[in-house]
Write a protein that binds this ligand. Sequence first.
Ligand SMILES: Nc1ncnc2c1ncn2[C@@H]1O[C@H](COP(=O)(O)OP(=O)(O)OP(=O)(O)O)[C@@H](O)[C@H]1O
Ligand SMILES: [Mg+2]
Length: 225
Amino acid sequence: MLIEFDQAVVSTPQAEVLRGVSATLAERRIGIVGPNGAGKSTLARLINGLVMPSSGSVRVDGLDTRRDLKAVRGRVGFVFQNPENQIVFPIVREDLAFGLKRLAPDRQQREARIESGLGSLGVGHLADRSSHTLSGGERQLVALAAVLVMEPALIVFDEPTTQLDLRNRNRVREAIAGLAHDAIVVSHDLELLDDFDRVLVVRDGIIAADDTPAAALRWYREHCA
Ligand SMILES: Nc1ncnc2c1ncn2[C@@H]1O[C@H](COP(=O)(O)OP(=O)(O)OP(=O)(O)O)[C@@H](O)[C@H]1O
Ligand SMILES: [Mg+2]
């Protein structure tokens, strides 16, 4: 999957959140790090058109997020920083089933995908639970499973492990490593990005460093700690 940012600016009435980002991303595993408020989530959201550039452009496999939003959304799954924004149905199973209706019209097939998606993250036992009774970590894992089962060509994860204990962090790390497709992961959990292909450091609304994980994380520790 090819992501092209061309002088992408995101402004709000108060400030420029992103000040002109240009980059071409094609690696299978890309990490994004940076200080709080630097613009990481905004950059991530540009990729599936949750945020539109105020000027410049963002293209996904040649599709402009402005002109071809629907096609872009079909290719790019997004796991939110705050899973409350993501789980909308009252029962866990229904939440996963909703997205799958068109992809897997056969009910049995759909159920099998739901079981395996939840199972791969160790939360198969939550399928029939009421969504609002989930713990923070459980919610994060269910939100992740709901995107995994859709098998999009690219998944953008915005801080997927913030509420997770060690064991579940490892499960998410394995789930990302095992993805057949591409992943872009925003994270303050730097270990998660160790074996990635490339890491971007976002600072003050620009990509301030762009390198191998070891070099980019060294830069981040030196300049942003
Ligand atoms: N719609 C908006 N209106 C006003 N300000 C915004 C808007 N969206 C983002 N911002 C501001 O832009 C800056 C960057 O936000 P963003 O969420 O991208 O940061 P981040 O790097 O993901 O930070 P964190 O690590 O805390 O999640 C923040 O100062 C935020 O308050
Ligand atoms: Mg963020």
